[in-house]
Write a protein that binds this ligand. Structure first.
Ligand code: COA
Length: 161
């Protein structure tokens, strides 16, 4: 079954985002709440005013992954990739690559020229870091002990120029 992409967020995506984020086993309860709060913000204010843009990957009408991104306030053309999540059962099947490519195209349409993404330095996130490198991101900075002792923040950047 082919995976299709849908831009924009709908009320039923609240449940889908919660399910997808929980499925990964990567995120804490508070992090899951933040993911849903971004959906709520985009639903109540609109994607442009909220600064949170969404693209969903769907199969048989069911979300199998999503990406959330938006412009970084105070910059001329820098965007953040806030969340990219693929259903745990679908990881490694190319859905993440599809979402990342669509995110890059959408950012370019919004006038963005750089995409930044933060991740953890923990070993659990090595596949995530490998994913970003495979998608053309380069490590730009590493802040030791940022999240907790022994858990640093790794900042990746991709230029769209
Ligand atoms: C990171 C994530 C979004 C990637 O999506 P995905 O659909 O699994 O990735 P893809 O199948 O599109 O992989 C694209 C490329 O990334 C690399 N990659 C993906 N998973 C990898 C892994 N486990 N180990 C090493 N490289 C990996 C590969 O180079 C792959 O290309 P290839 O299949 O041609 O070799 C997904 O695995 C995920 O949701 N992980 C848990 C949550 C997370 O870490 N999110 C990001 C932080 S918000």
């Amino acid at each position: 079954m082919a995976v299709s992409l849908r831009s924009g967020v709908k009320p039923e995506d609240r449940t889908a985002v919660r399910r997808l984020v929980a499925s990964t086993g990567f995120f804490s309860g508070p992090e899951e709440e933040i993911a849903v709060e971004l959906v709520d913000d985009a639903l109540s204010k609109g994607e442009g005013p909220s600064g949170y843009h969404f693209i969903f990957a769907e199969e048989n009408g069911q979300a199998v992954g999503y990406v959330c991104f938006g412009p970084i306030a105070g910059t001329t053309a820098s965007h953040d990739l806030y969340w990219i999540v693929v259903d745990n059962g679908r990881r490694g099947g190319g859905v993440g690559r599809l979402l990342e490519r669509a995110c890059g195209e959408a950012v370019a349409k919004l006038g963005g020229r750089r995409i930044y993404v933060d991740t953890s330095s923990r070993a659990q996130y090595e596949p995530t870091r490998a994913f970003y490198r495979a998608c053309g991101y380069a490590e730009a900075a590493r802040l030791d002990d940022f999240y907790a002792a022994g858990d640093g923040k790794v900042i990746f950047v991709k230029s769209l120029d």
